[in-house]
Ligand binder design. Structure first.
Ligand code: SF4
Ligand code: SF4
Length: 123
């Protein structure tokens, strides 16, 4: 029986384009360096969607910086039925400038509340 082997190779120009895109990322954005000496581009927190947050506190626990605060959710006056006295909690982004871009918060959030992105270097 004849076997058909297929090899998937990446074309040189595709590799070149990928390398150029990576180099441009390293030149234009804040970069970090691993202990082993490899460069990487941190993805910093840009927003937290309080509307979808369930106040579970997971992101607060994993974050090694003082970026979040668990606060009482403000009452929505339109939905106030006058019967509930429960206080629900919500995570708030309090100091995005302290973020180191590790993405740990995004990995533990069950509701995908966080948005992240690389930070461009000042021109
Ligand atoms: S990316 Fe890391 S440092 Fe930044 S807010 Fe999330 S857990 Fe904290
Ligand atoms: S992990 Fe997500 S759902 Fe839980 S508190 Fe943080 S933002 Fe809210």
């Amino acid at each position: 029986m004849q076997r058909c082997l297929r090899f998937h190779t990446t074309k040189p120009h595709t590799l070149r384009k990928g390398r150029q895109a990576q180099e441009s990322l390293f030149m234009n954005y804040i970069t970090g360096i691993t202990r082993g000496g490899t460069s990487w581009v941190p993805s910093f927190i840009t927003a937290l969607n309080e509307a979808t947050c369930i106040g579970c506190g997971r992101c607060f626990k994993v974050c090694s910086r003082k970026v979040f605060d668990l606060v009482e959710r403000e009452e929505d006056e339109d939905n106030d039925d006058g019967f509930s006295d429960d206080t629900s909690m919500v995570m708030r982004l309090t100091d995005a400038m302290d973020c180191i871009g590790c993405l740990a918060c995004a990995q533990v959030c069950p509701k995908k509340c966080h948005s992240h992105g690389p930070q461009a270097l000042p021109a």
